[in-house]
Write a protein of this length. Structure first.
Lengths: 338, 338
DNA sequence: CTGATTGTGTAAACCGTTTAACATTCCGCA
DNA sequence: TGCGGAATGTTAAACGGTTTACACAATCAG
């Protein structure tokens, strides 16, 4: 592997000059630039990012901490972030916590070893990051979606409460009065906020209404089990809202398992919306998240912070965006005898 | 940030000793080890991986090149690789090509900047890696799935031809004689091999049979369009095989769009198999890939090569594994009048 | 014409580790 | 007693870049 010295020697300039043309600092003249470019091409020289990062104290690497990469929603966010990073000359290092705080801690440490300039985190719990990782331990970071309670960080997320209200209003208008909400766990701020939105909308609506909130964990099967049980109870809900895509899949399975049909027997509204869901029958009414918008907003905040000397800069921001609600086949008017 | 020097000073030993206890070289005595460990804890010292990598010429970083991370199959592979890597003290850097050679090239360069010790690549085309990247440009690498033709690399993949034959035999036994295979593009070795397996099985079976192979690109909509068109032609197939999960989703949509029912009007067999597919109605008969097995095999090969001085070591290996074929609801006996 | 400024380039220190190569101590054993 | 290893440490030179401080020439304002 040729080094910057080889390039300098071949171009008959100093390594400093090579560095300057490489980094386009503007301190290299036209003549030097030509010679260096030619030398680089001839040698097939490729700079060593580790060496550069060591001296410059900038890695141009941003860590992305996700609960799971096999969940299409997170995969989509990862994809958005990679594109955004490419545009601004950064690389993304993806790491997954598997919904486990211990592992989240471990993975974040791994990112820190590698000197990431910034972090984008979907915390796997709202009890804290990793366990016991504080803002002082981290480079500039933005928290996504969950964990909006950790106020000392910039945060980006859906307007969850509003999303909940929108979904609830839709179902109320269809005549539904008995609701069950299935979410992974109560300690998950995003889902809890969505549920709260639903509750508020029911309250605001006035009339009598039943609302049951059940938890099924982070797996499809868990959600299915929880909802199946709920559907067996008295006062069976006519409307089910699932607050994540995993819960949505579980809900579909539960409804199918009981041989209930949508939307005749029960209406379902899910969260998150992917292309492959179009193959589901019925095609489910869902509150999708604007992945591109969320990612851009987060990226913008992060880049801003990373380009500023630490400590300086504006105070923290908490931005939320509206979901895209699309009414489709899984939600319908409540049956007369429902 | 404290450095190894601060640790050394506090522990009253040399930096070399600190390094030795950090790397467990066995060259540190019990007494020193204790002092150093204490100092590390007190300072909250965290080693700088870039500096270590610069000096040691090992990054303990492996690049994973995927066509797309939003495709659940690749996401699953990524997840497997991350777990495997964690166990052996490596990190994985995931990068996506978006099925584009130009971008694949760019992303691989980015990985090389970061001094990855090895690469695991799902090439986006069998015409070559990146464009014009050769084995000499890369650290130890293993090629996955597609690109089995690039013989100078270790490769891991499904036994695609056998998988095709198995699928075909299943459908032949159900009485099907008219087949359409939908795949992304002919230049994709994995899909082409699967199609060839089907063709061979039909030939081996003897009797008259019709086989049409159509391409729909790498999108669900593309696959849907291609199959819809095919289903409108004369001699409509009674059996459809989709060679990737994207093609499978597209096929389902096409069949739904024409109001055909599975398996009464047409039988469908897909490739790849995920938990969320259980929510599809009918639940599709599919040839799943043993993701864990594939990942372990690739990882084993890669680690072996990485631990050897370059140039040495066994000759290249090409390993294939059998798929998991599961018969479900989307394939059935051909109709009498079919 | 002079002094300041700008443009271009270089030398050398430095970033935080690892790793030869070398030094010391301590034992066991002939 | 003395000698050969282990066992344990240390020193100092890399690793491949970036960046600061400085040098020199050419240009410019007055």
């Amino acid at each position: 592997m040729p080094t910057i010295k080889d390039v300098a020697a071949l171009a008959k300039v100093s390594t400093a000059t090579v560095s300057h043309v490489l980094n386009e600092t503007g301190r290299a003249g036209l003549h030097a630039k030509e010679r260096v470019t030619a030398a680089i091409a001839e040698l097939g020289y490729r700079p060593n990012a580790n060496a550069a990062s060591l001296r410059s104290r900038r890695s141009r690497l941003v860590g992305l901490v996700l609960p799971s990469i096999t969940n299409t929603f997170f995969a989509q966010m990862a994809s958005e972030f990679e594109s955004l990073a490419m545009e601004s000359g950064y690389d993304i290092a993806i790491v997954t916590s598997n919904e486990d705080q211990e592992r989240e801690h471990e993975r974040i440490q791994a990112l820190l070893f590698r000197q990431t300039d910034g972090l984008i985190i979907y915390p796997c719990s709202d009890k804290g990051i990793g366990n016991g990782i504080t803002k002082r331990d981290l480079p500039p970071s933005v928290l996504m979606d969950r964990g909006l309670t950790l106020a000392e960080f910039d945060t980006i997320g859906l307007n969850n409460e509003l999303a909940g209200r929108t979904v609830a209003r839709h179902l109320l208008e269809l005549g539904h009065r008995r609701f069950t909400v299935v979410l992974p766990e109560l300690a998950l701020a995003a889902s809890a906020d969505r549920a709260r939105g639903i509750e508020k909308e029911l309250k605001a609506h006035g009339g009598p209404a039943q609302l049951r909130v059940i938890t099924g964990g982070h797996t499809i099967e868990g959600s299915r089990g929880a909802l199946e049980q709920d559907l067996h109870r008295d006062e069976r809900p006519t409307a089910v809202v699932a607050t994540t895509n995993v819960a949505t899949l579980g809900a579909i399975k539960a409804i199918q398992a009981l041989q209930l049909s949508m939307p005749q027997d029960v209406s379902l509204v899910g969260f998150d919306d992917f292309e492959w869901m179009t193959a589901l029958r019925p095609y489910v009414t869902a509150m999708g998240q604007p992945t591109r918008t969320l990612a851009s907003a987060a990226w913008k905040l992060l880049v801003e912070r990373m380009s500023l000397p630490p400590g300086t800069g504006r105070k923290v921001q908490h931005l939320t965006f509206d979901g895209n609600f699309t009414i489709r086949e899984s939600s319908g008017r409540v049956r007369q005898n429902g």
